[in-house]
Design a protein. Structure first.
Length: 251
Protein backbone atom coordinates (compact mmCIF):
# COMPACT_ATOMS: atom_id res chain seq x y z
CA UNK A 1 0.00 0.00 0.00
CA UNK A 2 2.82 2.38 0.97
CA UNK A 3 4.77 1.53 -2.18
CA UNK A 4 1.69 2.21 -4.29
CA UNK A 5 1.15 5.59 -2.62
CA UNK A 6 4.86 6.38 -2.95
CA UNK A 7 4.83 5.48 -6.63
CA UNK A 8 1.75 7.63 -7.22
CA UNK A 9 3.33 10.56 -5.37
CA UNK A 10 6.58 10.17 -7.28
CA UNK A 11 4.70 10.09 -10.57
CA UNK A 12 2.76 13.20 -9.65
CA UNK A 13 5.92 15.00 -8.61
CA UNK A 14 7.59 14.12 -11.89
CA UNK A 15 4.53 15.64 -13.51
CA UNK A 16 5.18 18.84 -11.54
CA UNK A 17 7.58 20.06 -14.17
CA UNK A 18 4.80 19.89 -16.74
CA UNK A 19 1.95 21.03 -14.54
CA UNK A 20 3.95 24.06 -13.43
CA UNK A 21 4.64 25.02 -17.03
CA UNK A 22 1.61 27.28 -17.16
CA UNK A 23 2.60 28.41 -20.63
CA UNK A 24 0.82 25.32 -21.98
CA UNK A 25 -2.73 26.72 -21.72
CA UNK A 26 -1.37 30.18 -22.56
CA UNK A 27 0.06 28.78 -25.77
CA UNK A 28 -3.18 26.95 -26.50
CA UNK A 29 -5.11 30.21 -26.22
CA UNK A 30 -2.80 32.03 -28.64
CA UNK A 31 -2.91 29.03 -30.98
CA UNK A 32 -6.70 28.90 -30.86
CA UNK A 33 -6.97 32.65 -31.36
CA UNK A 34 -5.10 32.49 -34.67
CA UNK A 35 -6.87 29.40 -35.96
CA UNK A 36 -10.33 30.56 -34.89
CA UNK A 37 -10.05 33.82 -36.75
CA UNK A 38 -8.20 32.44 -39.77
CA UNK A 39 -11.20 30.28 -40.64
CA UNK A 40 -13.34 33.38 -41.05
CA UNK A 41 -11.18 34.67 -43.88
CA UNK A 42 -12.10 31.77 -46.10
CA UNK A 43 -15.78 32.68 -45.75
CA UNK A 44 -15.80 36.42 -46.25
CA UNK A 45 -13.54 39.37 -46.70
CA UNK A 46 -13.27 41.99 -44.04
CA UNK A 47 -16.04 44.54 -44.05
CA UNK A 48 -15.23 47.40 -41.69
CA UNK A 49 -17.25 50.47 -41.00
CA UNK A 50 -13.91 52.14 -40.52
CA UNK A 51 -11.08 50.92 -42.75
CA UNK A 52 -7.89 50.38 -40.77
CA UNK A 53 -4.64 51.04 -42.55
CA UNK A 54 -1.06 51.00 -41.43
CA UNK A 55 1.41 52.94 -43.54
CA UNK A 56 4.27 51.07 -45.17
CA UNK A 57 6.82 52.68 -42.88
CA UNK A 58 4.88 51.48 -39.84
CA UNK A 59 4.77 47.94 -41.20
CA UNK A 60 8.52 48.06 -41.79
CA UNK A 61 9.11 49.43 -38.28
CA UNK A 62 7.11 46.59 -36.71
CA UNK A 63 9.07 44.08 -38.77
CA UNK A 64 12.28 45.55 -37.38
CA UNK A 65 10.90 45.39 -33.83
CA UNK A 66 9.80 41.75 -34.12
CA UNK A 67 10.78 38.41 -35.64
CA UNK A 68 8.31 38.78 -38.52
CA UNK A 69 9.17 39.94 -42.02
CA UNK A 70 7.10 42.74 -43.56
CA UNK A 71 4.75 40.40 -45.45
CA UNK A 72 4.09 38.46 -42.26
CA UNK A 73 3.32 41.68 -40.39
CA UNK A 74 0.81 42.55 -43.11
CA UNK A 75 -0.70 39.07 -42.84
CA UNK A 76 -1.04 39.42 -39.08
CA UNK A 77 -2.67 42.81 -39.62
CA UNK A 78 -5.53 41.05 -41.41
CA UNK A 79 -5.96 38.80 -38.39
CA UNK A 80 -5.81 41.82 -36.07
CA UNK A 81 -8.47 43.69 -38.04
CA UNK A 82 -10.83 40.75 -37.78
CA UNK A 83 -10.33 40.42 -34.03
CA UNK A 84 -10.56 44.15 -33.36
CA UNK A 85 -13.89 44.62 -35.12
CA UNK A 86 -15.90 41.68 -33.82
CA UNK A 87 -17.69 43.74 -31.13
CA UNK A 88 -16.36 47.30 -31.17
CA UNK A 89 -15.08 48.48 -34.55
CA UNK A 90 -12.38 50.80 -33.23
CA UNK A 91 -9.12 49.20 -34.38
CA UNK A 92 -8.35 47.88 -30.88
CA UNK A 93 -8.75 44.41 -29.39
CA UNK A 94 -10.88 44.46 -26.25
CA UNK A 95 -10.84 41.54 -23.83
CA UNK A 96 -14.43 40.70 -24.73
CA UNK A 97 -13.41 40.38 -28.39
CA UNK A 98 -10.57 37.99 -27.55
CA UNK A 99 -12.93 35.96 -25.38
CA UNK A 100 -15.53 35.89 -28.15
CA UNK A 101 -12.99 34.60 -30.69
CA UNK A 102 -11.89 31.80 -28.38
CA UNK A 103 -15.03 30.75 -26.54
CA UNK A 104 -17.86 32.05 -28.77
CA UNK A 105 -19.05 34.19 -25.86
CA UNK A 106 -18.01 37.65 -24.71
CA UNK A 107 -18.73 36.96 -21.04
CA UNK A 108 -17.08 34.73 -18.45
CA UNK A 109 -13.77 34.44 -16.65
CA UNK A 110 -10.58 32.64 -17.66
CA UNK A 111 -7.29 33.19 -15.84
CA UNK A 112 -5.15 32.23 -18.82
CA UNK A 113 -6.98 34.52 -21.21
CA UNK A 114 -6.59 37.31 -18.67
CA UNK A 115 -2.83 36.68 -18.45
CA UNK A 116 -2.45 36.67 -22.26
CA UNK A 117 -4.40 39.89 -22.54
CA UNK A 118 -2.55 41.63 -19.70
CA UNK A 119 0.87 40.73 -21.08
CA UNK A 120 0.00 41.77 -24.62
CA UNK A 121 -1.42 45.06 -23.27
CA UNK A 122 1.95 46.78 -22.86
CA UNK A 123 0.47 50.23 -22.20
CA UNK A 124 -1.92 48.84 -19.57
CA UNK A 125 -4.83 50.81 -20.98
CA UNK A 126 -7.27 47.90 -21.25
CA UNK A 127 -6.93 47.29 -25.00
CA UNK A 128 -4.42 45.67 -27.37
CA UNK A 129 -3.10 47.87 -30.17
CA UNK A 130 -1.58 46.42 -33.32
CA UNK A 131 1.99 47.21 -32.21
CA UNK A 132 1.35 45.34 -28.96
CA UNK A 133 -0.22 42.45 -30.85
CA UNK A 134 2.92 42.02 -32.97
CA UNK A 135 5.25 42.37 -29.99
CA UNK A 136 3.29 39.77 -28.01
CA UNK A 137 3.12 37.20 -30.82
CA UNK A 138 6.81 37.72 -31.57
CA UNK A 139 7.74 36.18 -28.21
CA UNK A 140 6.39 32.86 -29.49
CA UNK A 141 8.32 32.99 -32.75
CA UNK A 142 10.86 30.15 -33.19
CA UNK A 143 13.68 32.65 -33.73
CA UNK A 144 13.01 34.71 -30.60
CA UNK A 145 15.95 34.57 -28.13
CA UNK A 146 15.53 32.35 -25.09
CA UNK A 147 15.98 35.33 -22.77
CA UNK A 148 12.75 36.91 -24.04
CA UNK A 149 10.81 33.68 -23.58
CA UNK A 150 12.15 33.29 -20.05
CA UNK A 151 11.15 36.84 -19.19
CA UNK A 152 7.65 36.38 -20.63
CA UNK A 153 7.14 33.13 -18.72
CA UNK A 154 8.26 34.85 -15.50
CA UNK A 155 5.65 37.55 -16.00
CA UNK A 156 2.98 34.88 -16.46
CA UNK A 157 3.48 33.75 -12.88
CA UNK A 158 3.99 37.22 -11.42
CA UNK A 159 0.25 37.79 -11.10
CA UNK A 160 0.57 40.76 -8.76
CA UNK A 161 3.38 42.31 -10.83
CA UNK A 162 5.67 42.63 -7.82
CA UNK A 163 8.80 41.43 -9.60
CA UNK A 164 8.67 38.14 -7.69
CA UNK A 165 6.83 34.85 -8.04
CA UNK A 166 5.21 34.03 -4.71
CA UNK A 167 3.90 30.72 -3.47
CA UNK A 168 0.24 31.73 -3.64
CA UNK A 169 0.68 32.86 -7.25
CA UNK A 170 2.11 29.48 -8.23
CA UNK A 171 -0.69 27.73 -6.37
CA UNK A 172 -3.33 29.85 -8.08
CA UNK A 173 -1.89 29.09 -11.52
CA UNK A 174 -1.50 25.36 -10.85
CA UNK A 175 -5.09 25.12 -9.58
CA UNK A 176 -6.24 26.97 -12.70
CA UNK A 177 -4.37 24.65 -15.04
CA UNK A 178 -5.80 21.63 -13.23
CA UNK A 179 -9.31 22.99 -13.69
CA UNK A 180 -8.61 23.86 -17.33
CA UNK A 181 -7.32 20.33 -17.95
CA UNK A 182 -10.15 18.73 -15.94
CA UNK A 183 -7.55 17.02 -13.75
CA UNK A 184 -7.70 16.35 -10.06
CA UNK A 185 -4.90 16.15 -7.50
CA UNK A 186 -5.21 15.80 -3.76
CA UNK A 187 -4.37 18.83 -1.64
CA UNK A 188 -1.29 16.99 -0.34
CA UNK A 189 0.07 16.34 -3.83
CA UNK A 190 -0.69 19.90 -4.87
CA UNK A 191 1.33 21.20 -1.92
CA UNK A 192 4.15 18.76 -2.77
CA UNK A 193 4.29 20.09 -6.32
CA UNK A 194 4.57 23.66 -5.06
CA UNK A 195 7.08 22.66 -2.37
CA UNK A 196 9.24 20.91 -4.96
CA UNK A 197 9.16 23.95 -7.20
CA UNK A 198 10.27 26.30 -4.44
CA UNK A 199 12.93 23.96 -3.07
CA UNK A 200 14.48 23.87 -6.53
CA UNK A 201 13.89 27.47 -7.60
CA UNK A 202 14.04 29.63 -4.45
CA UNK A 203 17.84 29.72 -4.07
CA UNK A 204 17.99 32.27 -1.24
CA UNK A 205 15.05 30.66 0.60
CA UNK A 206 13.16 33.90 1.11
CA UNK A 207 9.83 32.38 0.10
CA UNK A 208 9.67 33.96 -3.35
CA UNK A 209 11.36 33.53 -6.71
CA UNK A 210 13.08 36.50 -8.31
CA UNK A 211 13.89 36.87 -12.00
CA UNK A 212 17.46 35.55 -11.67
CA UNK A 213 16.30 32.51 -9.70
CA UNK A 214 13.60 31.88 -12.29
CA UNK A 215 16.12 32.02 -15.11
CA UNK A 216 18.44 29.57 -13.34
CA UNK A 217 15.48 27.26 -12.62
CA UNK A 218 14.34 27.28 -16.23
CA UNK A 219 17.86 26.67 -17.51
CA UNK A 220 17.99 23.55 -15.33
CA UNK A 221 14.58 22.49 -16.63
CA UNK A 222 14.48 23.61 -20.29
CA UNK A 223 11.32 21.61 -20.98
CA UNK A 224 9.46 24.35 -19.12
CA UNK A 225 9.94 26.57 -22.15
CA UNK A 226 9.37 24.08 -24.95
CA UNK A 227 5.78 25.27 -25.20
CA UNK A 228 6.82 28.90 -25.60
CA UNK A 229 7.21 28.45 -29.35
CA UNK A 230 4.63 28.29 -32.14
CA UNK A 231 6.53 26.76 -35.09
CA UNK A 232 4.15 28.03 -37.79
CA UNK A 233 4.82 31.66 -36.83
CA UNK A 234 8.09 31.24 -38.73
CA UNK A 235 6.16 31.20 -42.00
CA UNK A 236 2.63 32.36 -41.25
CA UNK A 237 1.93 33.52 -44.81
CA UNK A 238 2.35 29.94 -46.05
CA UNK A 239 0.36 28.34 -43.24
CA UNK A 240 -2.47 30.87 -43.55
CA UNK A 241 -2.48 32.13 -47.16
CA UNK A 242 -6.02 33.46 -46.65
CA UNK A 243 -4.52 36.24 -44.49
CA UNK A 244 -2.99 37.81 -47.58
CA UNK A 245 -5.16 40.17 -49.61
CA UNK A 246 -3.26 43.30 -50.55
CA UNK A 247 0.45 43.12 -49.92
CA UNK A 248 1.95 46.56 -50.51
CA UNK A 249 5.39 46.21 -48.97
CA UNK A 250 8.10 44.20 -50.68
CA UNK A 251 9.81 41.75 -48.31
Amino acid sequence: MDSTHSSRSSSSLRFAEKICAVVIPILAIIDAMIYAVSGCFDCERLNHKKELRYENRQIVRLSEESRFNVNEVEALYELFKKLSSSIIDDGLIHKEELRLALFRTAIGENLFLDRVFDLFDEKKNGVIEFDEFIHGLSVFHPCTPLEEKIDFAFKLYDLRQTGFIEREEVKQMVIAILLESEMELSDDLLEQIIDKTFVDADADKDGKINADEWKAFVMRHPSLLKNMTLPYLKDITTVFPSFIFNTEVED
